[in-house]
Ligand binder design. Sequence first.
Ligand code: ATP
Ligand code: MG
Length: 755
Amino acid sequence: MKEFEYLSELNDAQREGVENIEGPSMIIAGAGSGKTRVLTYRIAHLIRAYDVDPFHILALTFTNKAAREMRERIERVVGVDARSLWMGTFHSVFARILRSEAEKIHYPRNFTIYDTDDSRNLIKIIVKEMNLDDKTYKASTVHNRISAAKNRLIGYKEYNSNPVFMAEDAESMKPQLGTIYKTYQERLFRSGSMDFDDLLFNTNILLTEHPDVLLKYQHRFRYVLVDEFQDTNHSQYLITRKLSAVHQNISVVGDDAQSIYAFRGADIQNILNFERDYPDLKVYKLEQNYRSTKTIVNAANSVILKNKAQLRKNVWTDNHDGSLIELLRANSDSEEGKLIASSIFEERMNHQASNNEFAILYRTNSQSRAIEEALRRRNIKYKIIGGLSFYQRREIKDLLAYMKFTVNPNDEQAFRRIINLPKRGIGPTTVDKIILAAYDHDITITEVINNAQMFLPGRAAMAVGNFAQMIEIFRKTMAEEDAYNTAVEIAKRSGLLTELYNDKSLEGVSRYENAQELLNAIKEFVDDDELEREKDMAGFLQEVALLTGVDSDSDDDNDKVTLMTIHMAKGLEFNYIYISGLEEDLFPSQLMLSSRADLEEERRLFYVAITRAKEKLFMSYAQTRYRYGRLKHCEPSRFLDEVDPQFIKINQRYSSSFVPPAYQTNYAKNLVDGIRKEKKNQPLKRTNYRPPEDFTPSDTSGLSAGMKVEHPKFGYGKVTNIDESGPNRKAKVYFDDFGEKTLLLSFAKLRIHTN
Ligand code: ATP
Ligand code: MG
């Protein structure tokens, strides 16, 4: 057995999980017990001991960074090239598959991926177009509802024909939600775009409706492995079930006590379904924690015990007792930041620790500000993971929008962003006209702007025409050159780079540097032949769209304290962990607390936070904090009481004894009042018309007033007037369901009915 020496790095239970490679298997075990390690070694073992070609293995992880680290680990353990291993998040792996199968589900190969911002902007536009109240139909609320539906595989048609959803929406005073969902989906489709949820939704459609495609991937992925299984949603669950239906080699690892994404559709039920769906399931138990001190493990156990809904586990460790958990008590949020900074300073001195051994965790991103200030004052280097990341910066999004529109001639959001950027005197009315013309004539935005003079009055047509010509140049470059050269051409010729360069303010300079950095990233992408992937611009855009918060951490200087939300910290470990803001209404979060189930999810989040620590854990809270623009008095979190007190000590030096008077606020009341406004909605146009399968447009050269016509979108209508005056023949048609429309005959798809 000498050649499998790596097996000696596992305990007996882990080893069993690694060596039994055939059939379905599941490990549900506590934090730090080596679940991810088992998954990693299992893959290594498949390759090394069973000669499985990495090409046949699919491993799904929580972040792409986790996948990268796993791949490196595997390569180190077995010393083989694991490049052809399929690894990554659900979204990135299936986006890749969708790209190569796009035509089958009627999407262009170069479909754009809308990030959350893009999705919400589109929803805002739709809400506005429908004349609905944007407070009732808040983009984030609408988006969450649509997202939840998609993750349960409920398309807009099912949604709109389901009386339960209709009743729920009526009750929450959002009766138009179904219509928004439908319009949103149609607009995405027209734009050749998918949002994040579509990547899973459409994969399910692809695998269900195309048995040949399913078969291909079933044979390709003979071994399917899933980490963090507790946070998969229904849609993801079904994908893995379909893919592994033939070989049944699926192994999942997770921890029900760390399920923290129910609010985004993660379904703990998947663990129970798994046992039902795979009768031959082998279940392995891991109980020994290798990550943390006894103090930390036992403290975590004492907390999670309070949850009713959980599978009981016995987690223990052989590690040393370690120090007690330290509690830092501050007067204010800014003092909390200072106490944390001082404590880090001291620990670093006393234990010769380096910055990268520390992580500060918080419940919401906005908490980072006070902490950052304190760290800067102390000259402690830090990095923020998942905050406003590089790719969310304005100048980067601008450049990316140019690239997206170059790749996808119908990307509405990208088009809206760039058409007047830098300023070309093209106003919102012109933009709306263009989008409407594309819609009315069922052609792409590019076709409209390439024929601008047909759709727009003189001056606007000129400006838009120039823009269109420029985009065509970019497309030509893209066809001939690599992604980097194309990007450089875009950055220069669009005028964006010059504009940034000319802005000599401090902010402007850094924006210019960011733009250059984006070009560097593209160069790197083009030059990198580490992984098998598409090297074109569409490939680059896809990779960027699917970066998770943790992935975009590309900082070379690694000796920094890490700041992030607890959600981002899943699966990670640090020697020193600070959990900040342990206050009622903040953690547990007031926004999440509407039932016991929600409180239990918050508690699991607390459990995740505690179990990230290897050596020493700190918890802190402030007695006052600015929230929603007001100073608020805070109660210590109930979670502090739930940690067995024998494991905690109050750090006297880093705690203030002064208790300020209670500051009363009525911000909660203001919030509720704001939500209660309602506005009358305008009725929507509806049509029952469905174009026949064999719709073919007629030759319209002989079209004249009085003729009956059929249009694939507007249904039946009658021609009321033909305008032959200009170079472009136009017809006015009165449609039964939509009223009068003016159509350009060179584009309009009309079928003439002679009877
Ligand atoms: P989480 O629930 O947080 O995702 P996990 O169960 O995936 O945790 P791992 O991250 O795989 O746990 O392991 C936790 C730590 O313990 C890692 O540093 C890992 O290298 C170490 N470890 C796991 N098993 C062993 C072992 N048999 N011997 C030594 N170290 C181990
Ligand atoms: Mg893990």
